[in-house]
Design a protein. Structure first.
Length: 87
């Protein structure tokens, strides 16, 4: 569907999201995606599956922590840039 402008597209997206969440439990919608995302970490740290399970899980946990720390840092930097523009 073609929209006249970005505002119309954004509002149509909001309507779709609200409609979906009015019909289904948000946790159910996100559960499969979350499970797949969390499964990706062991595969990233040991793609061949040669590490012992305990070591693979330890490394996967560290990879997950590093991922979220990078996201946090990116958020801090974005807020700092935004604050610099506001002055």
């Amino acid at each position: 569907m073609a929209f006249k402008n970005k505002t119309h597209a954004r509002l149509a997206g909001k309507i779709g999201g609200y409609t979906t969440h009015s019909r289904y439990d948000s946790r159910e919608i996100a559960a499969r995606a979350t499970a797949g995302f969390l499964k990706s970490f062991p595969a990233k740290v040991d793609p061949e599956g040669v590490l012992p399970l305990e070591e693979r899980l330890r490394r996967a946990e560290m990879a997950k922590k590093a991922h979220f720390a990078r996201l946090s840092l990116a958020g801090v930097r974005a807020r700092q840039r935004k604050a610099g523009r506001a002055r």
